[in-house]
Design a protein around this ligand. Structure first.
Ligand SMILES: [Cu+2]
Length: 255
């Protein structure tokens, strides 16, 4: 059974037994947070292979607003000069136990900003059940539309006076966000069921510390370049390196 299907069945079972609303705890229980006596580190890099496309300007379709006086560039495929890939999501597939989640509190929430008529950052991860704070720094009307498959979706206006809104998600999922007021705005929020998730930065790298010993499957997903998996073996006190080489997907329907 797929894990996603398992979560849905678990959720329905919880509702049938009168536990609707408590399913979040069941999801969190799928990952055991432990103090590891021995662990290692995984460092990775995501590299692009193929013809490097020219930076693409997004088609701005609404009237002149302060937030888009200049061109807005696409972040669908952002490469460094040496072809390292930004905004790839790396994770340890199916890990059931390991280090605790980092502390999250109201003073330090995961934030997604609407600034310059774009979502910033373009891709981010938020731990399962933790709040995601959505900001509206532009001070104009935005409309946040979360395209969920298994979580409750929403489609909420953020008028100029509404500077922030907190949301959270009950199930691990990669969720596309769009803005119904500005159709070029797009972002991906990855709801993470364990703390071994990372988004690559400008240099295309990611790093997982305090990884349990043994063989793990690392999965990398990128909006334009698809998915790839590799196995790595972690030894006590050692650092293991992994490189992913991604190519452009053949054109199919957009998700
Ligand atoms: Cu908008």
């Amino acid at each position: 059974m797929s894990k996603t299907r398992g979560w849905i069945i678990q959720s329905v079972a919880a509702c049938l037994s009168g536990l609707c609303g408590t399913t979040l705890h069941a999801q969190q229980a799928d990952y055991e947070q432990v103090d590891l006596k021995e662990s290692g580190t995984i460092v990775g890099v995501v590299r692009y292979e193929g013809k490097v496309p020219k930076p693409k300007e997004l088609r701005v379709t609404t009237g002149d607003q302060p937030c888009h006086k200049g061109p807005i560039m696409s972040e669908r495929l952002v490469l460094s000069a040496d072809r390292k890939v930004k905004f790839a999501v790396a994770s340890i597939k199916g890990i059931g136990r390991g280090k605790p989640f980092p502390e999250q509190d109201a003073q330090n929430p995961v934030t997604l900003n609407q600034q310059g008529c774009r979502f910033q950052p373009h891709v981010l991860t938020v731990p399962l059940g933790h709040p995601l704070r959505i900001l509206n720094s532009d001070g104009i009307l935005h409309n946040v539309h979360a395209h969920t498959m298994i979580n409750d979706g929403f489609n909420r206006a953020m008028p100029p006076k509404l500077k922030q809104m907190d949301v959270s998600f009950d199930y691990p999922e990669r969720i596309k966000f769009t803005c119904d007021a500005h159709d070029w705005m797009k972002s991906y929020i990855v709801v993470a069921e364990h703390p071994y998730y990372a988004v690559t930065g400008d240099d295309g790298t990611f790093r997982f510390e305090n990884v349990p010993l043994g063989t793990h499957t690392i999965e990398v997903w990128h909006e334009a370049l698809g998915k790839q998996k590799q196995e790595v073996t972690v030894a006590a006190g050692e650092e293991v390196s992994v490189e992913f080489v991604l190519q452009r997907k053949k054109k199919r329907g957009k998700r």
